[in-house]
Write a protein that binds this ligand. Structure first.
Ligand SMILES: [Zn+2]
Length: 72
């Protein structure tokens, strides 16, 4: 069963580079906060590089999103 998580996981690290991802929901433990990542378009190629166990659980950081977009 794939129930949506009741609260964001406190994953504050980018799964790609290990740096801080600045994710507001992860930081405060609630989904009803504004975050840059809710408006950012994450390239699919970038998501492919996230380890399967962290996909959909940890936010990619802005730096990696920008880098992923740059060569697309
Ligand atoms: Zn990153």
């Amino acid at each position: 069963m794939d129930l949506p998580a009741a609260a964001p996981l406190p994953n504050l690290r980018c799964p790609l580079c290990g740096g801080p991802n600045d994710c507001a929901p992860a930081g405060c433990g609630r989904f009803d906060v504004d975050c840059w990542c809710s408006q950012a378009r994450i390239p699919a190629a970038l998501l492919d590089r996230v380890p399967a166990e962290q996909r959909g659980l940890a936010c990619i950081c802005r730096r990696c999103v920008d880098a992923g977009r740059g060569d697309g």
